[in-house]
Design a binder for this molecule. Structure first.
Ligand SMILES: Cc1ncc(COP(=O)(O)O)c(C=O)c1O
Length: 365
């Protein structure tokens, strides 16, 4: 880190390709292209997939708005499809029914770190000539049918925001098997210029060409040095998150008031979030009251997510009124994310368990 600060580059220097190569190796992908955030990485992937005006891309309402916004950045239309009730990941049957002649891409999200149904998505893509962009912002380190997330979709997007498994402050990455996607992504994140400053210096020439309309979405050498050191801790962080999930599952198995997140047999989730769903029939309080009671117990609960189509921007622009995606909307009314981060001590975990048991028994019907 200090070496980078004292070095010549600060931005696109040697640590960038080192981090990209180490990251690609870790997730089992051929190429990894870094970006200044997960959102910028999503934008790059939407661009590389060729999304443009008049196109549509199908995604889930159960995500952070950035997943759908990247489609809008390209002048295309995000089309939402409902989720499966167990995982809250995109339901392939719903996706299938949304495909039109204008559909160009599908953006499944690995909600909470549980990989989406990728085989079904890839099969639909194959049949209809679509690009699959997996938003794996929650799922670094997850596995889908023994394949590492990052090596499955046509392009996979990761975020290195501080709450994620690997943090660089802000940062993101796209992984892919395809050389043409990797080249477009590298160009797009650098103003659309087809070579970088280091390459030009090495070749001793001043000439460069801007070949497409890109942005400055570069990740700095400083951030990449952080990324390299964080990558070494990934396995430890992942095991800690898996331990915490197992402890929660053991502690809450008997509680009628909450349903635990379900895990399908074919995946190994990365547990970015631990979202429980309240069984409102067994409780005399609604989600807001339970949420406030847990906050009053000093537990940092949250809600992931307000379905994207219900945000004012999407309501106003596309006329959503609520009721369009019943599985996602019903889940949203009942969701509470319990604290889940690798720095939690055993005592922190026991404090959460105690508070959840106290609050749900107080409101038990
Ligand atoms: C599912 C999902 N996609 C995209 C993003 C955007 O990533 P970033 O904050 O790195 O721009 C997030 C962010 O937290 C996210 O949770």
């Amino acid at each position: 880190m200090v070496d980078v600060m004292r070095g010549d580059w600060l931005t696109t220097g040697p640590r960038v390709s080192e981090f990209e190569e180490a990251f690609a190796a870790r997730v089992g992908a051929k190429y990894a292209v870094s970006f200044s955030s997960g959102t910028a990485a999503l934008h790059g992937a939407a661009f590389a997939a060729g999304l443009g005006s008049g196109d549509e891309a199908i995604t889930t309402p159960m995500t952070f708005a950035a997943t759908a916004n990247c489609v809008l950045y390209q002048g295309s239309k995000p089309v939402f499809a409902d989720v499966s009730a167990d995982t809250l990941n995109l339901d392939p049957d719903q996706v299938s029914s949304c495909i039109t002649a204008r559909t160009r891409a599908v953006l499944p999200v690995d909600y909470a770190g549980h990989p989406a149904e990728m085989d079904a998505m890839l099969e639909l893509a194959e049949r209809h000539g679509l690009t699959v962009i997996e938003d794996a912002s929650h799922a670094l380190g997850a596995e889908y049918r023994k394949r590492r997330t990052g090596s499955v979709a046509h392009m996979t997007v990761f975020s290195f925001h501080p709450v994620k498994h690997l943090a660089t402050g802000e940062g993101g990455m796209v992984t892919t098997e395809r050389a043409d996607f990797a080249e477009t992504l590298r160009c797009f994140r650098n103003h659309g210029i087809s070579s970088d400053a280091r390459q030009r210096q090495a070749e001793g020439q001043w000439h460069y060409e801007m070949v497409l309309l890109g942005f400055n979405y570069r990740l700095t050498d400083i951030a990449c040095a952080l990324g390299l050191s964080q990558l070494k801790k990934l396995d430890t962080n992942l095991s800690r998150r898996r331990e915490i999930a197992a402890r929660y599952a053991a502690a809450f198995g008997d509680l009628a008031g909450i349903a635990l997140p379900e895990v399908r047999a074919e995946v190994n989730p990365a547990w970015h979030l631990y979202p429980v769903r309240l069984n409102l029939k067994s409780l005399s309080a609604n989600r807001a009251q339970i949420f406030r009671a847990l906050r009053a117990e000093n537990i940092g609960v949250n809600v992931h997510y307000i379905p994207v189509h219900l945000h004012p921007y999407y309501r106003e622009r596309f006329g959503y009124k609520g009721g369009e995606f019943p599985v996602a909307e019903n889940a949203y009314e009942r969701l509470i994310s319990l604290p889940m981060f690798h720095g939690m001590s055993d005592q922190d975990v026991e404090d959460v368990i105690k508070a959840v048991r106290k609050v749900t028994s107080y409101f038990a019907r």
